[in-house]
Design a protein around this ligand. Structure first.
Ligand code: PCA
Length: 215
């Protein structure tokens, strides 16, 4: 059976919910095209989150892995293009770690690109009426750490498995506590993840958008 692994994070930074988990968990067991979705919640903790991710990959044996995280303050869904080999935490993670300028993987390359068809995904989200853009930085906190670790692991052990990362805005129930911050409803975000899975399964290669990237 073809499997898709989708991950979301536990709440962090003083929040009591994380949109990435709220939007991901309804997908557990869903069939999308000819594949089945398995979801997994990751701790917002450097290194330990990667151990959870690698264990989930070994358990599920997916053909595609999409990790998701909260990007509070962003107005739309951001499909990440690149992960960099640095941990530089503005705040402590959920275990109190606050690495400054350390590598995600010692002696790893400076960066990895997403192997999802990111322009296709953004285009299809927009066609479905969901605001989305490509992002060229996943930051330097636990989300970038997970994306870098994911791409590194797949590149090393499962080069035919495609993977990438999608950041999600605040949920409305979070945004009411942060004035002037945009939000998106959970149903729209779950639909967006389904579209991202469907277009990844359908498109081995990304489209070329005339005029450059879909910014
Ligand atoms: N967002 C954080 C880490 C966990 C999450 O959901 C980030 O963007 O790094």
């Amino acid at each position: 059976m073809k499997m898709i692994l989708i991950t979301g994070f536990e709440p962090f930074g003083g929040e009591t919910i994380n949109p990435s988990w709220e939007a991901t968990k309804p997908l557990q067991g869903c069939q999308i095209a000819d594949a089945y979705v398995e979801v997994c919640q990751l701790p917002c903790v450097f290194n330990n989150s990667l151990e959870h991710l690698y264990a989930a990959i070994e358990r599920v044996k997916p053909v595609v892995v999409i990790s998701t995280g909260e990007a509070g303050g962003k107005p739309d869904i951001t499909v990440e293009q690149v992960a960099i080999n640095i941990n530089d935490a503005r705040i402590p993670d959920n275990a109190g770690n606050q690495p400054i300028d350390t590598p995600v993987i010692v002696d790893g390359p400076a960066a990895y690109f997403s192997t999802l068809p990111i322009k296709t995904v953004v285009n299809e989200l927009r066609l479905a009426g969901i605001p989305a853009t490509i992002s060229q930085t996943a930051g330097t906190f636990v989300c970038n750490h997970i994306m870098y670790g994911l791409q590194h692991y797949l590149n090393q052990y499962y080069p035919s498995v495609r993977g990438g990362f999608i950041h999600l805005p605040y949920l409305p129930e979070q945004a009411v506590k942060h004035s002037n911050k945009p939000s998106m409803g959970v149903e729209m975000m779950t639909t967006a993840l389904k579209i991202a899975i469907k277009s990844t399964l359908k498109n081995e290669k990304d489209i070329e958008v005339i005029g450059g990237t879909t910014n």
